[in-house]
Design a protein around this ligand. Structure first.
Ligand code: PEP
Length: 252
């Protein structure tokens, strides 16, 4: 049985005071129950303090991006080993904002995925199509291309320690959530791509849904057989909103 992972991507939001209050509120409100875990991904400057605040709680900490390089002359970048060093367990790679705004290719994303694993982090690999691609019937082709870059670079075995997030770009930050059926269809397809390479690994990989998930729609999405959690942007910025999704996860 796969655990549910409820992951918050705080993006470039908050301040020292606000983010400490946010993590403290989440730590204080973790719902009772088993079979789920919580993760928060604050901006880099707050990672260490959030790790310290979350220590000993059920809340894990991850970063929102990482360099594909180990160390050296890469001004402004953060190495995977640095994230591990300060207590991060996860890192998001290939978020659609990184792909669209910073030109990260699927090949660069695959390199980040690999580098994260080498440092002992669990990468959360984001894949997903734009509205135009969906309307062109290209959803599976786009997702396959993004996945194949990682299969080719890192191999199917690397998914023993990885999470996938299906995030339709048209649903991110727009309030337009994919229906549970729309999301399930793509999640099932993603799992079939994994299964074609290794059936056991396919069964164990957590595939999260991301795109305007909130307390009101979480239960319906999480009830789908191939949806193993959420990657949440907007609704991760208030402890009560995030905890409402956690509560839905605790009841699956
Ligand atoms: C995201 O950015 O990963 C995301 C899913 O954002 P939102 O929940 O705001 O749509």
């Amino acid at each position: 049985m796969r655990e549910i992972l409820v992951a918050g991507n705080w993006k470039m939001n908050g301040s020292n005071a606000a983010n400490m209050e946010l993590v403290a509120g989440i730590v204080a409100g973790v719902p009772e129950g088993e079979g789920f875990s919580l993760l928060v991904c604050p901006p880099y400057p707050y990672l260490s303090a959030v790790v310290a605040e979350a220590e000993g709680s059920a809340v894990k900490v991850g970063a929102q991006s990482v360099s594909e390089h180990e160390s050296g002359a890469y001004t402004g970048e953060v190495a995977p080993a640095m994230l591990k060093d300060i207590g991060c367990e996860y890192v998001i790679v290939g978020h659609s904002e990184r792909r669209a705004l910073y030109g990260e290719s699927s090949f660069q994303v695959a390199a980040k995925f690999q580098a994260a694993q080498v440092a002992g982090l669990t990468p959360i690999l984001c894949v997903g199509e734009t509205l135009e691609e969906r309307e062109d019937g290209a959803t599976e082709r786009v997702v396959d291309f993004q996945l194949n870059a990682v299969f080719d670079a890192a191999g199917i075995g690397s998914f023993e320690n990885a999470v996938i997030a299906y995030e339709p770009v048209w649903a991110i930050g727009t309030g337009m959530t994919a229906t549970p059926e729309q999301a399930q269809e793509v999640h099932k397809h993603i799992r079939s791509q994994l299964a074609a390479r290794d059936a056991n690994i396919a069964e164990q990989v957590q595939i999260l849904y991301g795109g305007s998930m909130k307390g009101e729609n979480a239960a319906g999405l999480l009830a789908m057989p191939d949806i193993d959690g959420g990657l949440i942007g907007g609704a991760s910025l208030k402890a009560n909103d995030f905890l409402a999704i956690a509560a839905a996860a605790a009841q699956v």
